[in-house]
Design a binder for this molecule. Structure first.
Ligand SMILES: [Fe+2]
Length: 289
């Protein structure tokens, strides 16, 4: 099997029970197309991948992400890296009195981009600076969480459609902001409906949830729907379903938003700096496997 031979050039350590893999012993800046295709295949067989020990410039980071699919631009351009509209900056740092990135983002369990017409595929994070403690990224395995439900509850949830709303999400994040969402923004981000349970090509099913963006289940009471979402998130984020990534400088962490939830943890932002690049990718692997 050629894949085995290629995988022998780096080390693959499973994360969770089929949830993903940690990769060591590869330099993505020097990796061959065959190695990158092998990595993409390993990633697509699960939902999360942590790649340790990288030193990449922005072009090399974008090249790696392009092996996973098509890059997505970010909506808040003021926090993208100058010259790189696909690289969004997460940081507590200020340069010349200006905040260079978004700080205190994503502290609640969520999935990126559920309010988009096509559910967002992959988020990639790359750490250039990381606090020695805190600032972790936690990921919950929504396939294992689904499988742990009773057959009766699975059958019920399989039938539910969720209404995701960008305008509703903004209101949850900042009650003041909802009133200033413009008609143009509303038109560009209309409410969308996605199944509560997504099924992969291999038949594996996952709960598709996010804090804040589900306004209601179609045909159900909105408040009861949102309470059910909170209950399902509490179930899905129990320790047994969660991978807790402790960052080291040079780590890349990527996950599939369709089959996982994630959240950041707090850190001492007075004592430490954090600088992380975030990229969004849509579509299946761009390289032949
Ligand atoms: Fe996020």
């Amino acid at each position: 099997m050629p894949d085995t031979a290629i995988a022998d050039t780096f080390t693959v350590t499973p994360i969770g029970n089929g949830f993903g893999a940690e990769i060591t012993g590869i330099d993505l800046a020097q990796a061959s197309d065959e190695e990158l295709a092998a990595l993409a295949k390993i990633y697509r067989s699960g939902s999360v991948m942590a790649i340790r020990g990288q030193t990449l410039n922005p072009d090399e980071l974008v090249r790696f992400c392009q092996t996973l699919g098509t890059m997505e631009n970010h909506t808040r351009e003021q926090f993208t890296l100058p010259g790189y509209p696909t690289i969004y900056v997460l940081s507590n740092k200020e340069v010349d009195g200006r905040k260079i990135g978004v700080h205190r983002d994503g502290l609640g369990w969520h999935s990126d981009g559920t309010y988009l017409a096509e559910p967002l595929d992959t988020t990639v994070l790359y750490a250039l600076e990381a606090p020695p403690e805190g600032g972790n990224t936690m990921l919950a395995d929504m396939h294992s969480a689904y499988e742990a439900l009773s057959d009766a509850e699975k059958a019920e949830l399989d039938q539910i459609q969720s209404l995701h709303s960008f305008v509703f999400l903004i209101g949850q994040l900042d009650p003041q902001a909802q009133s200033v969402v413009t008609e143009d923004q509303k038109r560009r981000a209309p409410d969308v409906v996605h199944p509560l349970v997504l099924e992969r090509e291999n038949g594996a099913r996952s709960l598709y949830l996010s804090s804040g963006s589900i306004r209601e289940f179609v045909g159900q009471d909105p408040e009861a729907s949102r309470q059910r979402v909170r209950d399902l998130i509490a179930h899905s984020t129990r320790d047994e379903f969660v991978y807790n990534h402790k960052w080291e400088v040079g780590d890349i962490l990527l996950w599939d938003n369709r089959y996982s939830l994630h959240r950041a943890t707090e850190y001492d932002d007075k004592a430490y700096t954090r600088l992380v690049y975030r990229l969004w990718v849509n579509g299946e692997t761009g390289l032949a496997a």
